[in-house]
Design a protein around this ligand. Structure first.
Ligand code: MG
Length: 239
């Protein structure tokens, strides 16, 4: 199978800087393995920007065809952030999410993630969230203590329970079979905190190309308030 991707990132309308990072930065199309990742950094001053960049660079440093699982790549990203803090104490407290997909021509997405940057599958007009947020509210919803609607306005909805930069951060890992016509989205929470699933699905339905999809989602997030940085990578699957 062939993968055609594009990404878009924007600081939004409120934040002073963009602490998200994405890989690859340039659009492309291949019929061979490709790694696509989004990270959403946090920390004072410029530390969030450093965390997301360091994590992604370490996670994607090896060739996509290398014998590395996505989980191993995420762990390399984690080790790099931990090391960066050890080397420069002014960076202490920084962290980042990391959601990474290894897409293979046999038609699989191998996924690993830590934090609340999401991966979605858009197939036959339906949007399905593939990752489960590592957040307090996602845990409370899973336990049945609050509803998904209550999670959207919960005062502690931004509390992330697993973060890259913590020595013990363990990724969730799983695999999804892909079909021609599938559209996969990896995004920072600037997207899904601003838009409901139906609004995300509408953008994906309308857009002709991954680039159009990624930018229309970023524009929609900003039109809805743009209170956070928004980063979106879109991957189209074809035979
Ligand atoms: Mg964010």
């Amino acid at each position: 199978m062939r993968f055609t991707w594009a990404s878009a990132t924007h600081v939004g309308l409120v934040r002073a800087g963009n602490e998200d990072s994405v890989h690859p930065k340039t659009d492309g199309s291949v019929a061979e393995p490709v790694v696509i990742a989004v990270a959403d950094g946090m920390g004072g001053a410029v530390a969030g920007e450093v965390a997301s960049r360091v994590a992604i660079e370490a996670a994607v440093a090896a060739d996509p065809a290398a014998d590395l699982t996505p989980g191993e790549r995420v762990r390399l990203g984690n080790e790099a952030v931990v090391r960066a803090v050890e080397d420069d104490y002014t960076l202490s407290g920084m962290g980042t999410t990391l959601t990474l997909g290894l897409f293979t021509p046999s038609g699989a997405a191998h996924i690993a993630h830590v934090g609340d940057s999401r991966m979605y599958l858009f197939r036959d007009g339906e949007l399905r969230q593939l990752t489960r947020d590592h957040t307090l509210v996602a845990d409370l919803v899973a336990l049945g203590q609050i509803t998904a609607e209550q999670a959207e306005t919960h005062p502690r909805r931004n509390l992330v329970t697993r973060v890259i930069g913590a020595p013990d951060a363990e990724p969730d890992e799983f695999e999804v079979s892909l079909l021609p016509g599938d559209r996969v989205v990896i995004c920072s929470d600037g997207l899904n905190s601003m838009l409901r699933d139906a609004e995300i699905a509408a953008c994906l339905e309308e857009a002709e190309s991954p680039s159009e999809a990624a930018w229309s989602l970023v524009e929609a997030a900003n039109a809805a308030g743009g209170t956070d940085n928004t980063t979106v990578a879109v991957v189209d699957v074809s035979s």
